[in-house]
Design a protein. Structure first.
Length: 466
């Protein structure tokens, strides 16, 4: 039930915008009644959004709130209001490695560069990288992200200070023994609900090729016992799937199924190696399964792309992501949205798929479902958390506007985001960050880089075999 509008002064009122809303008339394939399976979004002109207590109280007309008292007002004429974008899979501290290893196949990228350098990680580098990443995402209209990395207490502190929302998981490998899984659980239970409820948590086994079957099965049991999401890499590319078939006679998705991970809530990163034989397995999953797709990195590594159409047809939400900036170079979900639409058209050889409106649906409500927050964020609707971004449409590259959905996906850029709001709190207003000091973060991070990138020790945190 939609709660009735509250009375009295509002905390925040946004006026004069064009608001993106999800058509709630028909329901959808993913289990609630906000949005549709076909990606039906629509736009309300000269709209106003009223925020109270960190939630959207109502979406109405500007005229209707002309006399409404509010602690803060934002005049959004010439701007579109969207649900905040969600980065469904990233490794925020890896912004410290942005552009360090380029034009390499995945084996060399991991084994010769990334995993040797990650053996040098300190909590300070993680903290500074996470803060820089949060600043980048706030600027780009991302209000929530799902992170899978190490030293996650430092990332949680960055989330708390930045004002963002996040799902955080402490990554582990079976090579760590039972301590890795235990530490991931301890973090998840201790930090769940932190940052005034903006932090949710997950268990974060790295992948089926670095976490053995027994560890995966134990993770599934812990997820079931504690009601936790599991966030992991699986079927990242075709080579991984081929190797899994050769070694185990099962695809990575079938490995997850056998371990019981498809019977709990699970977020699968990438999935470009998902095969047709995996689709019935995913369809029959009894848990809430979702996939995060980060198309820029796939193009760089020469991989296939996530089979978005096939997954959508069986009711699997596909959220948008960037992966880490070491491979993706940016945390720009706006770019991921545009690339998803374009790459899907090319892969499917169908110009009618994926439409701009469907791309917006993936970037908002489907991404919210992917990170387990489909009832809280992803839509500008009464009762949802007030995670809102305002996008400037007055630039020469966004004018004239014949089709607003197409303008947002194919013409607008992350730099057009002017205001970013999480839980009703303005984190960036008119392009000015309010919660983080970027020059100071960069200065401190640069001082740490020489020791971070030293590979002379010859160590690796893990071996990449696919």
């Amino acid at each position: 039930m939609t709660p009735p509008p509250a009375h009295g002064p509002a905390d925040l009122v946004i006026t004069g915008c064009t608001a993106l809303v999800h058509d709630d008339a028909a329901g959808n394939a993913f289990g609630d009644t906000t949005g549709t399976a076909t990606g039906e979004v629509r736009f309300l002109r000269d709209a106003a959004i009223v925020v109270r207590g960190g939630r959207i109280d109502r979406v109405t007309t500007t005229r209707a709130v002309a006399d409404l008292a509010a602690a803060e007002r934002v005049d959004a004429r010439g701007q579109a209001a969207l649900p905040g974008l969600i980065n469904c899979h990233t490794h925020t501290p890896m912004v410290a490695l942005r552009g360090l290893a380029e034009d390499l196949p995945a084996h060399e990228w991991f084994n010769d560069w990334i995993w040797p350098i990650e053996s040098n990680l300190t909590e300070r580098v993680v903290a500074l990288g996470a803060r820089l990443a949060c600043a980048e995402m706030i600027r780009g209209g991302v209000t929530c992200f799902a992170d899978h990395y190490f030293s996650m207490d430092a990332v949680a502190d960055a989330v708390a200070d930045s004002g963002l929302r996040a799902n955080l998981g402490a990554a582990f490998f079976s090579s760590q023994g039972p301590d890795g899984r235990a530490a991931s659980l301890e973090f998840a239970l201790r930090k769940r609900g932190a940052a005034d409820g903006r932090i949710t948590t997950s268990l974060a086994p790295h992948a089926p090729y670095t976490v053995d079957d027994a560890d995966l099965a134990a993770t599934a049991e812990l997820a079931r016992e504690h009601g936790l999401l599991v966030h992991l890499h699986a079927a990242e590319n075709a080579e991984q799937t081929d190797n899994s078939l050769a070694r185990h006679g099962r695809t990575p998705i079938e490995v997850l199924h056998r371990a019981g991970l498809l019977d709990v809530d699970v977020l699968i990163a990438h999935g470009t190696g998902i095969l047709d034989r995996d689709l019935p397995v995913l369809r029959q999953a009894t848990g809430r399964v979702a996939v995060a797709s980060a198309p820029r990195g796939y193009l760089k590594f020469g991989w296939d792309t996530t089979p978005v159409r096939a997954l959508r047809e069986i009711g699997i939400p596909v959220g948008l992501a960037t992966d880490g900036a070491a491979s993706n170079n940016s945390l720009d979900v706006w770019e991921s949205m545009a690339l998803t639409a374009l790459v899907q058209k090319s892969t499917e050889r169908d110009p009618a798929w994926l439409t701009a409106r469907q791309a917006l649906d993936h970037a908002t409500l489907q991404s919210a479902r992917a990170v387990g927050l489909g009832e809280q964020i992803g839509s500008l609707a009464p009762g949802r958390r007030a995670d809102i971004v305002l996008v400037d449409l007055t630039g020469p590259h966004t004018q004239p506007v014949h089709d607003l959905a197409a303008t947002l996906v194919h013409s607008a850029r992350s730099a057009d985001v002017r205001t970013t709001i999480v839980d009703g709190r303005v984190l960036m207003r008119d392009g000015r960050l309010l919660t983080l000091d970027v020059p100071e973060i960069v200065r401190e991070l640069n001082a740490e880089l020489p020791s971070l990138i030293d590979r002379s020790h010859g160590k690796r945190i893990q071996d990449y075999e696919g």
